[in-house]
Design a protein around this ligand. Sequence first.
Ligand code: BT5
Length: 321
Amino acid sequence: MRDKLLQVLEDTADVYVSGQEISRLLGISRTAVWKHMEELRKAGYEIEAVPRKGYRLTHIPNLISADEIKSRLHTKTFGQKLVYKEEVTSTQEEAHKLAGKNEPEGTVVAADKQLQGRGRLDRPWVSASGTGLWFSIILRPDIRPQNAPQLTLLAAVAVTEGIANASGLQPRIKWPNDILLNEKKTAGILTEMQSDPDRVQAVIIGIGLNINHDKDHFPPELQSKATSLALENNGTAFHRADITASVLRSLEYWYGTYLTGGFGAVRRRWEELADTIGNHVRAVSRFKTVEGYAEGITDDGVLLIKQKDGTIEKIYSADID
Ligand code: BT5
């Protein structure tokens, strides 16, 4: 109910809305409205109350809460069940645990700070408090394990569009999972799964969004490679809940498209948003380095590189220089 009240107050932030009107819109008593209002105040919201006029939201804290994200979602399932924590080891761990307990598709674990945020191959993901938003979502697609990489590309499309819709900035994708602004990484995606040999039980997609970082929030070795939405927006910050909700909306949209129409539409959109294809690239993996022309991706999400001698190499996982 608190998230619904917040939504009413945000929608009417330019005017006063009476307690009577709020109780009518939400279908609860005026005492209940007052109680929820007090809870919001305790959470740092400033709500002006003027006799005979009503209430007006005057300040939203820079904190983020489950209510703030949920009040902006407008999704059917994604994020409707949302666990928000100020600090976790990694939202991936939390989401894996919840997936094992049969939590439904669309459940999200989000955090303000991760002590051991991780990327692929257990590389560290810098996840300081008050800057970005780190979350993991549980999906339960009825697909074969070898198709799971498609979901990384799907998530890349969704994150790119979600950021663009909420911020007006236009990120680009670097295969497979980097979201770049001005050629620096502003978001990363980690796809992990729980599966039987031929059936996926759950896919956990972890998304790290650098939103309001200054340059100094990144360690020196990342300062030339990482960026945030605010840094690419002349230092003007964004509301973290806006960006997160927008990404979840776009994820729900693309996941629905994928389940009903297959990977084709996702793939076409990915190719429009990605800078990798059509360029000369170097793909570095633990086992080998392949250099050549990035021809495209396959229906499984595999990158095709045409080498100097004309042979085509399939790249399943690598970093692109
Ligand atoms: C990724 O890995 O890009 C996936 C990142 C996924 C993070 C999310 S946050 C929520 C969820 N919970 C987790 O524990 N993880 C997920 P990869 O492509 O391997 O990139 C990792 C590399 O990116 C590191 O080795 C650094 O070079 C760089 N890096 C680390 N932190 C960064 C940051 N905050 N912004 C930009 N680059 C970063």
